[in-house]
Design a protein. Structure first.
Length: 887
RNA sequence: GGGCGCAUAGCUCAGUUGGUUAGAGCGCUUCCCUUACAAGGAAGAUGUCGGGGGUUCGAAUCCCUCUGCGCCCACCA
């Protein structure tokens, strides 16, 4: 390979070497050239076995530009470039994840509007603000179509700045493959996949208790929840045993000896929703009471006392009240104990205004009126006041800190509300499917391998199917309608679906087949599903979207299943898992062969970056200061899967390396071209190439295993040795100061190594390598072939070339040290060098004698046999010091 | 409570199936304007490989155990 490109260079020399090489301005020029020449364009004509396809993560454009983008996308880019140079047609798309709640919130904050789906479209609507919304602005209601249009406008702006950054990173993506998750193709594919899930029974709707964000007014999925420690308080409440007088002995903990039953609760406001009491079946304190009933404080509702294994005798009094619904355990109890539903918190997050029918006593009804319409926090305060008044709360509330479920982007705790939602089966309720999905996880090659534990852990711990419907607006609509009966009631069991050729559709605008627009909402007519799909329900189809599933069967067949899914380890439970679920249902296999997990970027103090901490590092300034290549060098030094701190020191090293590549190229090319057919014949030159062979092998193996960092380590280690020792040793000979044969050998070896080095560095430092490649080669280095072994080691298997060069380097270092210790210039002359050592070492020294003499300014080199390698260095007498300056 | 990862020089980290004297960069010290590079070069100092135990001719590496840090999951009355 090296010889081929060398030959090309010699027959047809390119423009040449600048007098003063610089990194300034090369990025802009090269980016333009790559685009013009289509260097990264996917070759559709390549067969599947020649394709390397990548399921690039589509960044959320509503988020800020983050150094984390630079980090992980660089990792993938190095792999893409390696595969391309190895001759693969690399399918490296890019997409913008623009649909979803994150975008809606950004638009709300950026323009001061809020979507009100009950409003009709206003053709004259204009956003009241544009990026500078006053803090006390009032959310201006807009219609759903107006809101969606605003979202499109703002995401378009965001996408432009993302594209700017991503181009600046030198990513070798094929920009002609750009997609967005709200675009026509994504909507079509997302809806098509959903309809097929529906047809096969993998998607279903269910009216069930659902975790619900009362601020965003939408259901959320298990994967989007997180625990936060928040302050709360235990309140000890008295439930009254039926047929037993009120408790007078307030010392007792449980009240079981008296007429009252005491419980501890953190959510006294849910008292009106209480449906039962529960304790552990083995709890002897309460065993006599199982099967009896008690009356709730304040509301005087009769509820049964039951036993269930999930009740913890050590928590509170050991007895709990079950409400519909305070937490997930309540849902379990409600389901397993067949309890009634007494839900009071509605979609608006407030207690129902209607007094519920299960509160029958006049006093209880009056108490309820005190909390009707309140939000949970206010309702709690009022309830506690009422309990204190009635004497049914024992002592003061005892403050605690406890974990509470939040939507990961939410600000108030999730409530549990019974609603009709759409689900996709993900094994959370089906052991067989769960096993199959765990099996899919094992079919993947994980890089690094231990990341598979996180997948297994998550899939094994699922406790429900995947809730995909969201009561939001800027997303892919759930593509179904429902029949209305003669009274215009919705018949959710009569689902109307479009044909696949109609997709994408918006059921709030389009009509089902056989109906007219006038029948929308009318008796015996239809109504569209108002919800959109969870953003993961669409991004779980990125392989299908990027590969144009069903839209372009030839392309899809050539890229799917993809070779590589790169992503962060924090979204294994969401993006990675969801994509496997969809691939399993639709294609009966894994959507990719390799999953490559990147770590997070930590701030320089090794803390996780987050917007709230304000320690997010933006990349633009760093790119300007150290150059893209310098920043990419830092990124590529982060091992796969390992969280890595922002380290400007490493970027500085990267920039230094880029400069060194520039300078050494100029130097080596400056020796002139070797004659046609010249080869490395000198032992030192062959030894260097032999070492290069092993570097090429090491680099290639590392890249094949997705370990870009190790590949970089290999080439970088060799490169500095090459510059510091090898080039120093042979430069005089290469200039032609010895003899022509030696010069030809050195020049051939230098150019062979230079060519290989530039290509080995190309995946990491795409700009500087392409710049220097252009000085003496044709085309882009990124379209050049990945180096292969030069073959010298195979031609002379009996010679240990690497061992032949080590003693020479060692002696050179000893000479340098002697000069440094004598406080002399490295150019100072050595009168005589006596090398003592083993025969093999002395032979190596002898073979490189002239190179050593030139590099060390040594007059006479002698050697004597000895056990270990030592040197006697006789420096030339110091010249007379210059006369001291007068004064 | 379960799982995963990490602990090596002042700092950031390599160290692959156990194998000579444990490495790199940054930082620090010294020297050198040397015609590829002074935004550079040459050299130098710095280590109980977290603690303890075990296997082995030999352990940073394998096993057990303890400690500390980080992450994920579970628990949420």
């Amino acid at each position: 390979m090296a010889a081929d490109s060398l030959a090309t260079a010699m027959t047809n020399p390119p423009p040449g070497i600048p007098d003063k090489p610089t990194l300034d301005g090369i990025e802009t020029a090269l980016m333009q050239r790559w685009e013009t020449d289509g260097v990264y364009r996917f070759d559709r004509t390549a067969g599947r076995e020649h394709v390397f396809s990548i399921d690039t993560p589509p960044p959320t454009v509503s988020g800020s530009l983050h150094i984390g983008h630079v980090f992980s996308y660089t990792h993938t880019d190095t792999i893409a470039r390696f595969q391309r140079m190895r001759g693969k047609a690399v399918f490296y798309p890019i997409g913008w994840d623009d649909n979803g709640l994150a975008t809606e919130r950004r638009v709300q904050n950026f323009t001061g509007v809020r979507c009100d789906p009950s409003l009709a479209l206003n053709p004259d609507f204009a956003a009241p603000f544009h990026g500078d919304v006053p803090k006390d602005h009032r959310a201006i209601p807009v219609s759903r179509p107006d809101f969606v249009e605003l979202c499109r406008e703002i995401t378009h702006l965001d996408e432009q700045s993302f594209e700017h950054l991503f181009r600046r990173l030198g990513l070798s993506v094929d920009w002609s493959l750009l997609y967005t998750t709200i675009g026509d193709r994504a909507r079509r594919i997302s809806q098509r996949a959903f309809l097929r899930n529906l047809a096969r029974g993998e998607a279903y709707q269910q009216d069930a208790p659902t975790l619900y964000d009362i601020d965003e007014r939408t259901a959320v999925a298990q994967a989007e929840m997180e625990d936060r420690d928040v302050p709360g308080a235990y309140h000890k409440l008295a439930f009254h045993r039926v047929g037993v007088g009120p408790d007078t002995d307030t010392d007792t903990d449980t009240g079981t000896e008296s007429g009252d039953l005491w419980i501890d609760t953190t959510r006294p406001e849910l008292l009106a929703s209480c449906v039962a009491m529960v304790a552990h079946p083995d709890d002897e304190r309460y065993q006599p009471m199982f099967g009896t009933t008690v009356r709730t404080p304040l509301f005087d509702v009769e509820v049964p006392v039951l036993a269930h294994r999930l009740a913890d005798p050590d928590k509170g009094t050991g007895m709990a009240m079950i409400c519909t619904f305070g937490d997930i355990t309540d849902v379990t109890w409600w389901r397993e104990l067949n309890l009634p539903t007494r839900a009071l918190i509605g979609f608006d997050g407030r207690f129902s205004n209607e007094t519920p029918e299960w509160i029958t006593s006049p006093a209880g009804q009056e108490h309820y009126r005190q909390i009707a319409g309140l939000a949970p926090k206010q309702a709690q305060r009022r309830t506690v006041e009422l309990l204190v008044e009635s004497g049914e709360m024992l002592g003061d509330a005892r403050p605690i800190s406890h974990p509470v479920k939040f939507y990961e982007r939410g600000t108030r705790p999730l409530e549990i509300v019974a609603t009709r939602q759409w689900y996709i089966r993900n094994g959370g309720r089906d052991a067989v499917l769960r096993t199959e999905l765990l099996e899919r996880g094992s079919e993947l090659a994980w890089h690094p391998p231990y990341m598979q534990h996180r997948y297994d852990n998550w899939v094994g711990g699922l406790n429900g199917d995947w809730l995909i419907s969201r009561q939001r607006f800027f997303g892919v609509p759930i593509p179904v309608w429902y029949r209305l009966d003669a009274e215009a009631n919705v018949r959710y069991d009569e689902v109307l679906v479009p044909t696949e050729t109609e997709l994408p559709i918006d059921p709030s605008v389009d009509c089902p087949n056989g109906f007219t627009a006038g029948q929308r909402g009318a008796p015996n007519g239809f109504i569209g599903d108002p919800d959109v799909m969870d953003t993961w329900a669409t991004s779980s189809l990125t392989p299908q979207i990027a590969g144009a599933w069903e839209d372009d069967p030839a392309l899809f067949a050539n890229v799917f299943p993809m070779d590589m899914r790169p992503q962060g380890h924090d979204i294994i439970r969401t993006w990675l898992f969801a994509t496997i679920v969809r691939g399993h249902h639709e294609h009966g296999g894994v959507p990719w062969r390799n999953a490559s997990l990147s770590g997070w970027v930590l701030d320089p103090d090794r803390k996780k970056m987050s917007k709230s901490k304000g320690n997010v590092v933006t990349p633009i300034g760093l790119l300007e200061q150290y150059g893209t290549d310098g920043v990419r060098y830092w990124a590529a030094s982060g091992r796969p899967g390992v969280d890595t701190a922002v380290d400007e020191g490493q970027m500085k090293v990267g920039r230094k390396l880029a400069l060194k590549i520039l300078n050494v190229t100029k130097f080596v090319l400056g020796f002139g071209e070797p004659d046609s057919g010249a080869a490395a014949t000198a032992p030192l030159d062959q030894a260097m190439l032999s070492r290069l062979d092993s570097v090429v092998k090491g680099c290639t193996t590392a890249f094949e295993g997705f370990d870009y960092a190790r590949a970089l380590e290999h080439v970088e280690g060799f490169f500095w040795w090459f510059c510091d020792d090898y080039v120093e040793l042979v430069k005089a000979r290469a200039y032609g100061t010895h003899d022509d044969a030696g010069a030809q050998s050195a020049r051939a070896a230098l150019r062979t190594a230079l060519s290989a080095l530039q290509r080995l560095f190309a995946p990491f430092m795409p700009f500087v390598t392409d710049e220097v490649w252009g000085w003496w080669q044709h085309g882009s280095v990124h379209a050049a072939a990945w180096p292969t072994a030069t073959g010298l080691a195979i031609d002379h298997p009996s010679i240990d070339h690497v061992a032949a060069i080590e003693p020479v380097g060692e002696v050179l270092a000893l000479v340098r040290r002697a000069k440094t210790e004598a406080k002399l210039s490295q150019r100072a002359a050595v009168d005589r060098l006596v090398v003592r050592g083993p025969a093999a070492a002395l032979a190596a020294i002898e073979a490189a004698r002239d190179d050593l003499r030139s590099a060390g300014s040594i007059d006479v080199v002698e050697h004597e046999p000895a056990g270990t390698l030592t040197c006697e260095i006789i420096l030339a007498p110091m010249p007379d010091p210059p006369p001291a300056p007068a004064g």
